[in-house]
Design a protein around this ligand. Sequence first.
Ligand code: DC
Length: 227
Amino acid sequence: MVIAIDGPAGAGKSTVARLLAQRLGCPYIETGAMYRAVGLFALRRGVPLSDAPALEELAGDIHYRFLSTAQGNRLLADGEDITDVIRGEEVSQAASIVSALPGVRRALVRRQRELGRSGNVVMEGRDIGTKVFPDAEVKVYLDASAEVRGRRRLAQSDAGTPGDPARLKQLMAEIKERDRRDSQRADSPLLQAPDAIYLDSSSLTIDQVVDAILQHVRQRSAAEPRA
Ligand code: DC
C-alpha cells in the first residue's frame, strides 16, 4: 500500500510520515529532501538557478539514498549525509526554485517511483497523490494555517524564541512566498487530489493526525480484496 501525504511546508508532513511509518513498520520517503539536495548541490557548484538543462542533468545524476535510523531518515546524496545542511533558508528557497522546473521534476519523479515500487511505503511531498502515485490507496492532504506553521518553524530554529514577533513575521512571509511559488507553478502545482482526505493540523496534535490516517488505512485495508 502506498500512503501519499501532500501539503504545504510546515504542516507536519515529515513528522506524521515518520510516525505513521513507525506504526506500520514500513519505510517513509521525504521527497522534499530530494529537491533540497538538488538546490544544495546547485548552490555549491555554482550552477545558476536559471539554468534549467544543467539543473535537470544534476537532478538525474545525484544518487539518493534514504537511510532509516532510530531518530528518523537520513538522506545520503552521492554518499554524503546532507540531512542537516539542507534545512537552511538559502537551500529552502533554492529547492523551491528548482522544483518549478519540469526537467528536474521528471528526473525526481522517476526516482521516487523507483523508491516506492518495492511495496508498502509512506511518501510525503507536494505531488505524491496527484502525480507520483495517482493510484495510491490512501491519500492525505495535510494543511495548517500560516501562523501555526511559522510558530512551528520558529520553535525549531535556534535563532528564534517563541516570543520573537519580528522573526515570526519574517518566517510567515517566507512560508507564504514558498506556498505561492509551490501552488502557482505550471508543472505539478501543490493541490489536493480529489480523492484525498483533508486534515488541518492547526488544531490537532500530531497523534490525532496519525490516528486519523491510521483509521483510514485500516478502512482501506479491510475494503481491499486480498490477492
Ligand atoms: O517539503 P520540503 O519543504 O522539504 O520541500 C522542499 C521544496 O521542494 C519545496 O519548495 C517544495 C518542493 N517539493 C515539490 O515541489 N514536490 C515535492 N514532491 C516535494 C517538495
